[in-house]
Design a protein around this ligand. Sequence first.
Ligand SMILES: Cc1ncc(COP(=O)(O)OP(=O)(O)O)c(N)n1
Ligand SMILES: Cc1ncsc1CCOP(=O)(O)O
Ligand SMILES: [Mg+2]
Length: 228
Amino acid sequence: MAETAFLTGIYAITDPRFMADDTQLLEKVESALQGGLRLLQYRDKTADASKALRQARLLADLCHSYDCLLIINDDAELARASLADGVHLGQGDGCLRHARELLGTDALLGRTCHSSLDLAHQARQDGADYLAFGRCFVSGTKPLAPVADLGIFKQARPLGLPCVAIGGITPELAGQVATAGAHMIAAVEGIFATANPALAVRQYHEACAPSFSFNLNEVQHDPLSRTL
Ligand SMILES: Cc1ncc(COP(=O)(O)OP(=O)(O)O)c(N)n1
Ligand SMILES: Cc1ncsc1CCOP(=O)(O)O
Ligand SMILES: [Mg+2]
């Protein structure tokens, strides 16, 4: 039977604090994939260009063998060179239109909007495929990120784009974030600081799945909403 794919679910983000070398990176990510992860971001603010390219290529191969999409943080050129599926750009990371020109119409482009509907409108106009709001809670990974109230997800609904929640979201807190209207839950520590990323991904899914299916009704533009 034909299946339909949507930009929804758990969005895991790598962090070199929890995967010290290539072997640990691949082991931790493969565990998350075995738990059902279908969206991963490669994020390493400390990597030099050669490490970033090597690891992004390794992750692209691994993710694609599990039908998982790979997004690269900050760097559209790295996304192109590693055959990743898209790029996540914050407000200081360059222009979405340039990323679209570089990566093409099929690429997934994500934009950080903090807690701002104005930034969200701008991102949609510039061609974003999803919007990210946060941090939602206290985050050890990015403690100084601007705070977003969970009310932002209802306010962003009329934009018709899939919305990601990020920042301090544990499996215990994930249910309320999904109920608030997020389509995706992004997490670093909640998945990769644990000894068992597969279990963590399953716990997030259990907490969020019913709300995720409900929230999808509102999405007008989802680049993945196609029949496979
Ligand atoms: C899914 C997702 N949402 C937000 C961010 C943060 O991006 P940015 O504001 O550019 O901050 P850094 O991650 O670059 O520190 C993200 N990476 N992913
Ligand atoms: C990159 C980023 N942007 C806002 S909060 C955050 C960190 C998310 O990590 P964690 O899930 O460990 O709080
Ligand atoms: Mg960034």
